[in-house]
Ligand binder design. Structure first.
Ligand SMILES: [Zn+2]
Length: 291
């Protein structure tokens, strides 16, 4: 079908012969519906006067749900997209602004964080304590122990490599994860390490960010590694990452279970291996019931 949105003749608007294909129709409906939902959320947030965040006034419903003639259509959607883009740019600027207190040029640092490998990174106790309950307790204890001269110390985070610690600190200072691509092995390794760190140091926002990004990337190649880490942190996001990884393992069971990686995995995670067996049997049962 010659769709007036994505078809080869789409450059020309040709009333009354404009037709729309199913994917364009469904996509447009979904975008409009999700923007209407976002508007409802924004109204609630604006009522709470969220500090420093500017919310545009609601533009009114984009789809005519009750036939009152107030449809605004896709042109209005474009205005929303532009708003969102500028909000995104504003968020990036905010992150850049906040990151000024962090890094090699940071001033008045009062603690040094030592990773398991690589050079240490100076930081500010006040930031660490404000962002993580675990750091707060750790630093309080440290002050109590070393009330005398020489206080100001150093905390070691042996489980993190230098680059991972840098990302963790970057997130604690700015609330954004400065990690572009997770498609690479390194990016994925960093995400897994950060998820474990987010769990250990009690930074739920970082855990959610890491889980969401890992969930997008989970596939045959990394399903076992992802399952292992998701199980380890107990799934702050309601165990969704673990569910997703388990589903991939079940889907590719023939390849995964007979791999050498699975032998090592099962030796390390006996309980999890039992869970995999049960999931496989359930899947086989369901497939049998459907047939
Ligand atoms: Zn189309």
């Amino acid at each position: 079908m010659d769709c007036c949105i994505c078809g080869p003749m789409a450059a020309i608007y040709r009333p009354p012969r404009n037709t729309i294909c199913a994917p364009c129709y469904e996509g447009a409906k979904a975008i409009v519906a999700s923007l209407d939902d976002a508007d409802d959320d924004n109204e609630q947030l604006a009522a709470g006067a969220h500090a420093g965040v500017v919310f545009k006034p609601a533009r009114g419903p984009l789809i005519n749900r009750n036939n009152n003639g107030s449809t605004k259509g896709m042109r209005e959607v474009w205005e929303h997209v532009k708003d969102m883009r500028s909000m995104g740019e504003e968020a990036n600027e905010r992150a850049r602004f906040l990151s000024l207190g962090f890094g090699p040029n940071a001033a008045h640092t009062d603690i040094v964080l030592r990773p398991g490998s690589g050079p240490p990174i100076p930081a500010h106790k006040a930031i660490l304590a404000a962002r993580s309950e675990v750091f707060r307790h750790m630093l309080c204890d440290e002050e109590r122990v070393k009330a005398g001269p020489g206080a100001g110390g150093c905390v070691t985070l042996p489980e993190l490599a230098h680059d991972e610690l840098e990302l963790l600190l970057g997130f604690l200072y700015t609330g954004t994860l400065d990690l572009d691509s997770t498609e690479t092995e390194t990016g994925e390794r960093r995400l897994r390490a950060l998820l474990v760190a987010a769990d250990k140091y009690d930074v739920p926002l970082l855990a959610r960010v890491c889980e969401a990004r890992l969930a997008v990337e989970v596939g045959l190649a990394n399903a076992l590694r992802t399952l292992e880490v998701a199980d380890r942190v107990g799934g702050g996001g309601g165990g969704k990452l673990k569910e997703r990884a388990m589903a991939v393992v079940v889907e590719h069971a023939g390849t995964v279970v007979f791999s050498e990686e699975y032998e090592a995995f099962a030796a390390r995670n006996t309980v999890l291996a039992v869970e995999v067996t049960r999931a496989l049997l359930l899947a086989a049962d369901n497939a049998g019931a459907k047939a």
